[in-house]
Design a protein around this ligand. Structure first.
Ligand SMILES: [Zn+2]
Length: 259
């Protein structure tokens, strides 16, 4: 995937946006606006949309950090990284070379989820430091933003660890099979097979959601199948996870500030 809008370079890696990113960026801002309106009925319209825009920008920054974690670990282990592109379904780190050993595959794959976990817990930690109490709604915009970013990044870490090759979890699984069997090709086949089972479960989940009234889930699930099947790049299904969290939360839990 090539980026249409180039943002610059970090450590020689071209950072860019694909056109499809703009659609999802707008969706995220509106989804966040709705979220803040529901959990903070006392906020004015200005406060809601500034918080939504600001949170969306910070969210994209945290996604970029997730991709950078993959890319910088890859670079440090001698792999060439061409570009990072944010697109409709998340981020892609375009790593030119294949990992030559299981250890490299493992650390490159797990670096992204680890980065998201660290970001997530840091955001929640800062929110607690600012006086947020877990059982209550955030009482300021800053705490609201931090809590949302915290939960969404933790959710992202777990979502990307689902063993659907070539998601991060699939790559981690492949590296573990590789380490045990000492056979790269076999590990790819086994990880791909597990990924197909996961993709099938996603379709079942999507159909279930569709018939239980959450049609949106099916659209996103259907699109994630291509994501799960595409080989090569490190694809991190980030918006997918965040939108699902958001939709599921609004749908099932009502106006609460938890994904
Ligand atoms: Zn990732």
């Amino acid at each position: 995937m090539n980026s249409n809008v180039k943002l610059g370079r970090i450590s020689g890696i071209e950072i860019g946006l694909h056109y499809s990113w703009f659609i999802i960026a707008a969706l995220i801002v509106f989804s966040l606006g709705e979220h803040f309106r529901q959990v903070n009925p006392n906020w004015g319209a200005g406060e809601i949309w500034i918080a939504a825009l600001f949170t969306a920008v910070l969210f994209f920054v945290t996604l970029l950090l997730h991709e950078l974690a993959h890319s910088l670990v890859a670079q440090s282990r001698g792999l060439k990284v061409r570009a990072i592109t944010l697109f409709a379904l998340g981020g892609v780190s375009q790593i030119q070379d294949d990992a030559t050993d299981a250890k490299t595959e493992f650390w490159v794959a797990i670096a992204g989820p680890i980065a998201s976990l660290i970001i997530g817990f840091s955001c929640l930690g800062i929110a607690l430091g600012l006086g947020w109490q877990r059982s209550t709604e955030p009482h300021t915009a800053a705490i609201g933003v931090l809590v949302w970013l915290g939960y969404i990044n933790i959710a992202l870490a777990f979502f990307n660890m689902i063993p659907g090759f070539p998601l991060d979890g699939g790559r981690v699984l492949r590296s573990l099979v590789w380490a045990i069997t000492k056979n790269a090709d076999r590990s790819t086949r086994i990880a791909a097979r597990v990924g197909q089972v996961v993709a099938f479960l996603f379709i079942l989940d999507g159909i279930w959601r569709y018939f239980s009234g959450a049609g949106f889930g099916l659209v996103l699930d259907g699109r994630s199948q291509g994501q799960l099947r595409r080989g090569g790049d490190y694809s991190c299904a980030s918006w997918h996870a965040s939108l699902r969290c958001d939709v599921a939360r609004l749908r099932h839990r009502g106006p609460r500030n938890e994904p």
